[in-house]
Design a protein around this ligand. Structure first.
Ligand SMILES: [Zn+2]
Length: 445
Protein backbone atom coordinates (compact mmCIF):
# COMPACT_ATOMS: atom_id res chain seq x y z
CA UNK A 1 0.00 0.00 0.00
CA UNK A 2 1.32 3.42 -0.92
CA UNK A 3 0.97 6.40 1.36
CA UNK A 4 -1.46 9.09 0.27
CA UNK A 5 -0.78 12.80 0.46
CA UNK A 6 -1.78 14.23 3.85
CA UNK A 7 -1.71 10.76 5.43
CA UNK A 8 -0.08 10.74 8.86
CA UNK A 9 2.59 8.38 10.19
CA UNK A 10 4.43 8.19 13.54
CA UNK A 11 8.09 8.03 14.46
CA UNK A 12 8.85 5.23 16.90
CA UNK A 13 11.50 6.80 19.15
CA UNK A 14 10.37 10.42 19.29
CA UNK A 15 6.62 9.65 18.88
CA UNK A 16 6.16 12.52 16.50
CA UNK A 17 3.34 12.68 13.96
CA UNK A 18 4.47 13.34 10.42
CA UNK A 19 2.32 14.37 7.49
CA UNK A 20 3.02 13.03 4.02
CA UNK A 21 3.55 15.98 1.67
CA UNK A 22 4.27 14.13 -1.57
CA UNK A 23 6.00 11.17 -3.13
CA UNK A 24 9.58 11.87 -4.20
CA UNK A 25 10.43 8.64 -5.94
CA UNK A 26 10.04 4.90 -6.11
CA UNK A 27 12.49 2.03 -6.07
CA UNK A 28 12.51 -1.74 -5.92
CA UNK A 29 12.08 -1.89 -2.16
CA UNK A 30 9.57 0.88 -1.66
CA UNK A 31 8.85 4.55 -2.19
CA UNK A 32 10.39 7.71 -0.76
CA UNK A 33 8.14 10.51 0.47
CA UNK A 34 8.61 14.08 1.58
CA UNK A 35 7.16 14.29 5.10
CA UNK A 36 6.82 17.10 7.59
CA UNK A 37 6.65 17.18 11.37
CA UNK A 38 6.38 19.99 13.86
CA UNK A 39 9.71 19.37 15.58
CA UNK A 40 11.56 17.42 12.90
CA UNK A 41 10.66 19.75 10.04
CA UNK A 42 10.92 18.39 6.51
CA UNK A 43 12.49 14.98 6.10
CA UNK A 44 12.50 12.08 3.67
CA UNK A 45 10.67 8.86 4.51
CA UNK A 46 11.50 5.57 2.87
CA UNK A 47 8.38 3.41 3.10
CA UNK A 48 8.88 -0.29 2.39
CA UNK A 49 6.69 -2.33 0.09
CA UNK A 50 4.68 -5.01 1.82
CA UNK A 51 7.15 -7.79 0.85
CA UNK A 52 10.15 -5.82 2.11
CA UNK A 53 8.53 -4.78 5.40
CA UNK A 54 9.88 -7.82 7.21
CA UNK A 55 10.78 -8.28 10.85
CA UNK A 56 14.41 -8.75 9.80
CA UNK A 57 14.40 -5.39 7.96
CA UNK A 58 12.81 -3.70 10.98
CA UNK A 59 15.54 -5.08 13.21
CA UNK A 60 18.24 -3.78 10.84
CA UNK A 61 16.71 -0.29 10.90
CA UNK A 62 16.31 -0.26 14.68
CA UNK A 63 19.94 -1.35 15.12
CA UNK A 64 21.13 1.38 12.76
CA UNK A 65 19.01 4.05 14.45
CA UNK A 66 20.35 3.06 17.86
CA UNK A 67 23.99 2.86 16.76
CA UNK A 68 24.02 6.07 14.77
CA UNK A 69 26.41 6.72 11.89
CA UNK A 70 30.21 6.43 12.19
CA UNK A 71 31.76 9.50 13.82
CA UNK A 72 33.46 12.47 12.20
CA UNK A 73 33.44 13.68 8.61
CA UNK A 74 33.38 10.08 7.33
CA UNK A 75 30.11 9.44 9.19
CA UNK A 76 28.39 12.67 8.17
CA UNK A 77 28.33 11.51 4.55
CA UNK A 78 25.90 8.71 5.36
CA UNK A 79 22.24 9.62 4.95
CA UNK A 80 21.64 7.50 8.04
CA UNK A 81 18.24 6.26 9.29
CA UNK A 82 17.08 8.73 11.97
CA UNK A 83 14.03 6.89 13.27
CA UNK A 84 11.68 4.04 12.47
CA UNK A 85 8.31 5.20 11.13
CA UNK A 86 5.04 3.27 11.49
CA UNK A 87 1.38 3.74 10.75
CA UNK A 88 -1.51 2.51 12.92
CA UNK A 89 -3.34 1.59 9.71
CA UNK A 90 -0.65 -0.59 8.18
CA UNK A 91 1.77 -3.41 8.92
CA UNK A 92 4.22 -1.66 6.63
CA UNK A 93 6.88 0.65 8.03
CA UNK A 94 9.74 2.81 6.93
CA UNK A 95 12.49 5.02 8.20
CA UNK A 96 13.22 8.71 8.35
CA UNK A 97 16.29 10.39 6.91
CA UNK A 98 17.53 13.83 5.94
CA UNK A 99 16.49 15.30 2.61
CA UNK A 100 19.10 15.38 -0.13
CA UNK A 101 19.76 18.57 -2.05
CA UNK A 102 19.37 17.10 -5.53
CA UNK A 103 20.27 20.42 -7.15
CA UNK A 104 23.70 20.24 -5.62
CA UNK A 105 24.30 16.49 -5.49
CA UNK A 106 24.47 14.33 -8.60
CA UNK A 107 24.38 10.66 -9.40
CA UNK A 108 27.01 9.35 -11.77
CA UNK A 109 24.27 8.43 -14.25
CA UNK A 110 23.18 12.08 -14.39
CA UNK A 111 26.75 13.11 -15.23
CA UNK A 112 26.95 10.47 -17.98
CA UNK A 113 23.64 11.73 -19.35
CA UNK A 114 25.05 15.30 -19.25
CA UNK A 115 22.28 16.44 -16.91
CA UNK A 116 24.88 17.41 -14.29
CA UNK A 117 28.41 18.77 -14.83
CA UNK A 118 31.30 16.31 -14.98
CA UNK A 119 33.56 16.60 -11.92
CA UNK A 120 36.97 18.16 -12.47
CA UNK A 121 40.05 16.01 -11.76
CA UNK A 122 40.40 17.66 -8.36
CA UNK A 123 36.74 17.01 -7.55
CA UNK A 124 37.17 13.40 -8.69
CA UNK A 125 40.08 12.98 -6.27
CA UNK A 126 37.93 14.37 -3.45
CA UNK A 127 34.87 12.29 -4.32
CA UNK A 128 36.98 9.14 -4.52
CA UNK A 129 38.75 9.95 -1.25
CA UNK A 130 35.46 10.67 0.50
CA UNK A 131 33.84 7.44 -0.69
CA UNK A 132 36.81 5.32 0.41
CA UNK A 133 37.00 7.24 3.70
CA UNK A 134 33.35 6.65 4.58
CA UNK A 135 33.29 2.95 3.69
CA UNK A 136 36.49 2.59 5.70
CA UNK A 137 34.82 4.15 8.74
CA UNK A 138 31.89 1.77 8.34
CA UNK A 139 34.19 -1.24 8.01
CA UNK A 140 36.20 -0.18 11.06
CA UNK A 141 32.96 -0.45 13.05
CA UNK A 142 32.62 -4.05 11.95
CA UNK A 143 29.82 -3.25 9.53
CA UNK A 144 29.56 -3.88 5.81
CA UNK A 145 27.47 -1.96 3.29
CA UNK A 146 26.67 -4.93 1.01
CA UNK A 147 25.32 -2.89 -1.89
CA UNK A 148 27.97 -0.33 -2.90
CA UNK A 149 27.02 0.93 -6.35
CA UNK A 150 26.86 4.13 -8.37
CA UNK A 151 23.13 4.20 -7.61
CA UNK A 152 23.74 4.53 -3.87
CA UNK A 153 26.17 7.42 -3.84
CA UNK A 154 25.71 11.07 -4.76
CA UNK A 155 28.35 13.75 -5.08
CA UNK A 156 28.80 17.46 -5.53
CA UNK A 157 30.58 17.62 -8.91
CA UNK A 158 32.12 21.00 -8.07
CA UNK A 159 33.24 20.70 -4.44
CA UNK A 160 33.68 16.94 -4.34
CA UNK A 161 31.48 16.29 -1.29
CA UNK A 162 29.78 12.91 -1.10
CA UNK A 163 26.53 11.48 0.28
CA UNK A 164 25.99 7.76 0.78
CA UNK A 165 22.33 6.88 0.40
CA UNK A 166 20.24 3.76 0.99
CA UNK A 167 21.92 2.73 4.20
CA UNK A 168 19.23 0.23 5.14
CA UNK A 169 21.17 -2.85 4.08
CA UNK A 170 24.17 -2.23 6.29
CA UNK A 171 24.87 -5.20 8.53
CA UNK A 172 27.42 -6.79 10.81
CA UNK A 173 30.32 -8.20 8.81
CA UNK A 174 30.14 -11.98 8.35
CA UNK A 175 27.24 -12.20 10.76
CA UNK A 176 23.84 -10.89 9.89
CA UNK A 177 22.05 -12.35 6.91
CA UNK A 178 21.72 -10.05 3.98
CA UNK A 179 18.31 -9.33 2.52
CA UNK A 180 20.08 -7.68 -0.32
CA UNK A 181 22.94 -9.32 -2.17
CA UNK A 182 23.85 -6.21 -4.07
CA UNK A 183 23.64 -5.20 -7.68
CA UNK A 184 25.19 -7.87 -9.87
CA UNK A 185 27.56 -5.64 -11.81
CA UNK A 186 29.14 -4.54 -8.50
CA UNK A 187 29.16 -7.96 -6.85
CA UNK A 188 32.44 -9.64 -6.07
CA UNK A 189 32.95 -12.74 -8.27
CA UNK A 190 32.73 -15.07 -5.25
CA UNK A 191 29.31 -13.58 -4.37
CA UNK A 192 28.09 -14.03 -7.95
CA UNK A 193 29.26 -17.65 -7.78
CA UNK A 194 27.39 -17.97 -4.45
CA UNK A 195 30.58 -19.03 -2.68
CA UNK A 196 30.50 -16.09 -0.27
CA UNK A 197 28.04 -13.70 1.31
CA UNK A 198 28.44 -9.93 1.11
CA UNK A 199 31.14 -8.81 3.58
CA UNK A 200 33.74 -6.08 3.99
CA UNK A 201 35.97 -8.04 1.58
CA UNK A 202 33.28 -8.08 -1.08
CA UNK A 203 32.53 -4.39 -0.38
CA UNK A 204 36.13 -3.70 -1.45
CA UNK A 205 35.45 -5.17 -4.88
CA UNK A 206 32.25 -3.12 -5.24
CA UNK A 207 34.14 0.00 -4.16
CA UNK A 208 36.81 -0.63 -6.82
CA UNK A 209 34.11 -0.99 -9.51
CA UNK A 210 32.49 2.25 -8.34
CA UNK A 211 35.82 4.13 -8.39
CA UNK A 212 36.62 2.73 -11.84
CA UNK A 213 33.27 3.96 -13.11
CA UNK A 214 33.86 7.39 -11.59
CA UNK A 215 37.19 7.74 -13.41
CA UNK A 216 36.81 5.72 -16.60
CA UNK A 217 33.02 6.03 -17.10
CA UNK A 218 32.83 2.33 -17.90
CA UNK A 219 32.52 -1.06 -16.22
CA UNK A 220 35.89 -2.80 -15.67
CA UNK A 221 34.60 -6.13 -17.05
CA UNK A 222 32.58 -4.85 -20.03
CA UNK A 223 34.83 -5.60 -22.98
CA UNK A 224 34.77 -8.00 -25.91
CA UNK A 225 33.22 -10.77 -23.80
CA UNK A 226 30.15 -8.70 -22.99
CA UNK A 227 30.10 -7.15 -26.48
CA UNK A 228 29.87 -10.55 -28.13
CA UNK A 229 27.11 -11.87 -25.89
CA UNK A 230 23.91 -12.37 -27.87
CA UNK A 231 21.50 -12.33 -25.00
CA UNK A 232 22.45 -10.37 -21.89
CA UNK A 233 20.71 -12.74 -19.50
CA UNK A 234 21.49 -14.10 -16.07
CA UNK A 235 23.76 -16.83 -17.44
CA UNK A 236 25.79 -14.31 -19.44
CA UNK A 237 26.07 -12.00 -16.43
CA UNK A 238 27.13 -14.83 -14.14
CA UNK A 239 29.88 -15.72 -16.59
CA UNK A 240 31.23 -12.18 -16.96
CA UNK A 241 30.93 -11.10 -13.31
CA UNK A 242 31.44 -14.48 -11.64
CA UNK A 243 32.82 -17.48 -13.49
CA UNK A 244 35.30 -15.86 -15.85
CA UNK A 245 35.81 -12.21 -14.94
CA UNK A 246 38.59 -10.59 -17.02
CA UNK A 247 39.65 -6.96 -16.70
CA UNK A 248 39.31 -4.98 -19.93
CA UNK A 249 42.79 -3.50 -19.35
CA UNK A 250 44.42 -6.68 -18.00
CA UNK A 251 48.09 -6.18 -18.93
CA UNK A 252 48.62 -9.94 -19.41
CA UNK A 253 45.34 -11.45 -20.53
CA UNK A 254 43.99 -9.82 -23.74
CA UNK A 255 40.78 -11.93 -23.76
CA UNK A 256 38.44 -9.09 -22.79
CA UNK A 257 39.95 -5.97 -24.37
CA UNK A 258 37.63 -3.17 -25.46
CA UNK A 259 36.03 -3.83 -28.84
CA UNK A 260 36.70 -1.53 -31.75
CA UNK A 261 33.43 0.34 -31.53
CA UNK A 262 32.73 4.07 -31.07
CA UNK A 263 30.66 3.29 -27.95
CA UNK A 264 33.88 2.31 -26.19
CA UNK A 265 35.91 5.39 -27.19
CA UNK A 266 35.21 7.30 -23.97
CA UNK A 267 36.55 4.45 -21.85
CA UNK A 268 39.68 4.13 -24.02
CA UNK A 269 40.32 7.83 -23.89
CA UNK A 270 39.76 8.16 -20.15
CA UNK A 271 42.03 5.19 -19.43
CA UNK A 272 44.78 6.79 -21.53
CA UNK A 273 44.68 9.95 -19.41
CA UNK A 274 44.18 8.15 -16.10
CA UNK A 275 47.16 8.88 -13.81
CA UNK A 276 49.65 5.99 -13.72
CA UNK A 277 49.48 5.31 -9.94
CA UNK A 278 45.70 4.99 -10.22
CA UNK A 279 45.96 2.65 -13.22
CA UNK A 280 48.23 0.42 -11.15
CA UNK A 281 45.67 0.18 -8.34
CA UNK A 282 42.88 -0.62 -10.80
CA UNK A 283 45.04 -3.34 -12.33
CA UNK A 284 45.59 -4.82 -8.87
CA UNK A 285 41.89 -4.61 -8.04
CA UNK A 286 40.77 -6.28 -11.28
CA UNK A 287 43.47 -8.91 -11.74
CA UNK A 288 44.66 -10.53 -8.49
CA UNK A 289 41.94 -8.73 -6.55
CA UNK A 290 39.22 -10.45 -8.59
CA UNK A 291 40.39 -13.86 -7.46
CA UNK A 292 41.92 -13.23 -4.05
CA UNK A 293 39.66 -11.19 -1.71
CA UNK A 294 42.54 -10.61 0.71
CA UNK A 295 44.63 -8.90 -1.96
CA UNK A 296 42.08 -6.30 -2.96
CA UNK A 297 42.98 -2.63 -2.71
CA UNK A 298 41.94 -1.53 0.78
CA UNK A 299 40.00 1.64 1.59
CA UNK A 300 43.11 2.96 3.36
CA UNK A 301 45.20 2.48 0.20
CA UNK A 302 42.59 4.24 -1.92
CA UNK A 303 42.44 7.13 0.56
CA UNK A 304 46.20 7.58 0.52
CA UNK A 305 46.33 7.43 -3.27
CA UNK A 306 43.61 10.04 -3.82
CA UNK A 307 45.21 12.45 -1.34
CA UNK A 308 48.52 12.00 -3.17
CA UNK A 309 46.92 12.47 -6.58
CA UNK A 310 45.23 15.69 -5.51
CA UNK A 311 48.61 16.96 -4.31
CA UNK A 312 50.09 16.43 -7.77
CA UNK A 313 47.62 18.36 -9.92
CA UNK A 314 48.95 21.04 -12.21
CA UNK A 315 46.86 23.18 -14.54
CA UNK A 316 47.43 23.54 -18.25
CA UNK A 317 48.27 27.20 -18.97
CA UNK A 318 46.33 27.06 -22.26
CA UNK A 319 42.93 25.84 -21.07
CA UNK A 320 43.16 25.38 -17.26
CA UNK A 321 42.59 21.61 -17.62
CA UNK A 322 43.83 19.76 -14.55
CA UNK A 323 46.66 17.31 -15.20
CA UNK A 324 48.56 14.95 -12.93
CA UNK A 325 52.29 14.99 -12.45
CA UNK A 326 53.87 11.82 -11.12
CA UNK A 327 57.38 10.61 -10.45
CA UNK A 328 56.80 7.92 -13.07
CA UNK A 329 55.38 10.39 -15.60
CA UNK A 330 57.37 13.57 -15.02
CA UNK A 331 56.63 15.04 -18.46
CA UNK A 332 53.03 16.17 -18.48
CA UNK A 333 51.07 16.47 -21.68
CA UNK A 334 47.65 18.08 -21.30
CA UNK A 335 44.87 15.50 -21.62
CA UNK A 336 42.63 18.17 -23.11
CA UNK A 337 44.77 20.06 -25.65
CA UNK A 338 47.67 17.57 -25.97
CA UNK A 339 50.26 20.32 -25.46
CA UNK A 340 53.15 19.97 -23.00
CA UNK A 341 52.37 21.43 -19.57
CA UNK A 342 55.21 23.18 -17.74
CA UNK A 343 55.40 21.65 -14.26
CA UNK A 344 56.09 23.99 -11.33
CA UNK A 345 58.59 23.05 -8.60
CA UNK A 346 57.69 20.10 -6.38
CA UNK A 347 58.16 19.53 -2.69
CA UNK A 348 59.34 16.05 -1.79
CA UNK A 349 58.33 15.37 1.81
CA UNK A 350 59.97 12.53 3.72
CA UNK A 351 58.44 11.51 7.02
CA UNK A 352 57.83 8.45 9.15
CA UNK A 353 54.97 7.63 6.75
CA UNK A 354 57.29 7.48 3.74
CA UNK A 355 57.68 9.95 0.92
CA UNK A 356 55.14 12.07 -0.90
CA UNK A 357 55.18 14.82 -3.49
CA UNK A 358 53.35 18.12 -3.56
CA UNK A 359 53.30 20.11 -6.79
CA UNK A 360 53.86 23.73 -5.76
CA UNK A 361 51.32 25.73 -7.73
CA UNK A 362 50.39 29.30 -6.85
CA UNK A 363 48.36 29.09 -3.64
CA UNK A 364 49.13 25.42 -2.96
CA UNK A 365 48.69 24.68 0.71
CA UNK A 366 50.75 22.33 2.80
CA UNK A 367 48.62 20.61 5.40
CA UNK A 368 49.20 19.16 8.83
CA UNK A 369 48.90 15.64 7.40
CA UNK A 370 51.90 16.27 5.12
CA UNK A 371 54.34 17.15 7.86
CA UNK A 372 52.80 15.26 10.77
CA UNK A 373 51.35 11.99 9.47
CA UNK A 374 50.58 10.75 12.99
CA UNK A 375 48.34 13.75 13.77
CA UNK A 376 44.63 13.17 14.41
CA UNK A 377 42.52 13.07 11.25
CA UNK A 378 40.52 16.11 12.38
CA UNK A 379 43.77 18.08 12.16
CA UNK A 380 44.87 16.79 8.75
CA UNK A 381 43.48 19.75 6.83
CA UNK A 382 45.09 22.40 9.07
CA UNK A 383 47.16 24.83 7.00
CA UNK A 384 50.87 24.71 7.86
CA UNK A 385 52.41 26.26 4.74
CA UNK A 386 51.38 28.07 1.59
CA UNK A 387 52.99 28.94 -1.74
CA UNK A 388 53.07 32.75 -1.91
CA UNK A 389 54.65 35.56 -3.91
CA UNK A 390 57.12 37.85 -2.22
CA UNK A 391 55.18 41.12 -1.68
CA UNK A 392 58.31 43.19 -2.41
CA UNK A 393 59.24 41.18 -5.50
CA UNK A 394 56.33 39.30 -7.12
CA UNK A 395 58.65 37.26 -9.34
CA UNK A 396 60.04 35.58 -6.23
CA UNK A 397 58.01 32.72 -4.78
CA UNK A 398 58.26 31.04 -1.43
CA UNK A 399 56.56 28.72 1.04
CA UNK A 400 55.19 30.72 3.97
CA UNK A 401 55.42 29.15 7.40
CA UNK A 402 51.87 29.15 8.82
CA UNK A 403 52.79 27.23 11.97
CA UNK A 404 53.81 28.85 15.24
CA UNK A 405 57.21 27.19 15.33
CA UNK A 406 60.25 28.09 13.21
CA UNK A 407 61.40 25.84 10.36
CA UNK A 408 65.03 25.26 9.49
CA UNK A 409 65.96 25.73 5.84
CA UNK A 410 69.24 24.56 4.29
CA UNK A 411 70.31 25.92 0.92
CA UNK A 412 72.05 23.88 -1.76
CA UNK A 413 75.33 25.52 -0.70
CA UNK A 414 74.77 24.34 2.88
CA UNK A 415 73.80 27.63 4.52
CA UNK A 416 71.26 27.14 7.32
CA UNK A 417 68.54 29.70 8.01
CA UNK A 418 65.72 29.82 10.49
CA UNK A 419 62.28 30.53 8.98
CA UNK A 420 60.11 32.04 11.74
CA UNK A 421 56.30 31.87 11.62
CA UNK A 422 54.80 33.97 8.77
CA UNK A 423 58.16 34.16 6.96
CA UNK A 424 58.85 32.30 3.72
CA UNK A 425 61.38 29.82 2.42
CA UNK A 426 62.40 30.78 -1.13
CA UNK A 427 61.26 28.31 -3.79
CA UNK A 428 64.68 27.27 -5.02
CA UNK A 429 65.57 23.82 -6.23
CA UNK A 430 67.68 21.96 -3.70
CA UNK A 431 66.52 23.88 -0.63
CA UNK A 432 65.72 21.53 2.24
CA UNK A 433 63.18 22.39 4.94
CA UNK A 434 63.14 20.73 8.35
CA UNK A 435 59.42 20.94 9.22
CA UNK A 436 59.56 18.79 12.36
CA UNK A 437 62.16 16.58 14.01
CA UNK A 438 61.13 13.68 11.77
CA UNK A 439 59.85 15.40 8.60
CA UNK A 440 62.00 17.02 5.97
CA UNK A 441 61.06 18.51 2.64
CA UNK A 442 63.23 19.11 -0.43
CA UNK A 443 62.29 21.51 -3.20
CA UNK A 444 62.74 19.94 -6.61
CA UNK A 445 62.93 21.99 -9.80
ZN1 LIG B 1 45.60 22.02 -22.21
Amino acid sequence: MLLQENATVQTLMTKETLTVVKKLGEGGQGAVYLVEGQKLGRKALKWYNHEQATEEQMKIILDLVQQGPPSGAAGKRFVWPIDLVCSPHSSQFGYLMDLIDTQRFAELGEVWAKRKPAPTMRALCRISYAAADSYRALHLRGLCYRDISAGNIMFDPVQGDVLICDNDNIGVNNQSDAQVWGTMEYMAPEVVRKEAKPSTDTDLHSLAVLLFQLWIWHHPLHGKMEYEVRSWDLIAKQKIYGQNPVFIFDPVNPENRLPDDPDYETAKRRWEVCPQPLKEKFIQAFTIGLHDPKRRVTEGEWRKLFLELEDCITQCPHDSAENFWSEKQPNVRCWYCQQPVPVPPKLLVKSAAGKQYIVLNKGTSIKRRHIDPSSKEEQWAELVGEVVQNPANPSVWGIRNHTNVPWKATTLAGAVREIPPQKSVPLQAGVRIQFTASTEGTILG
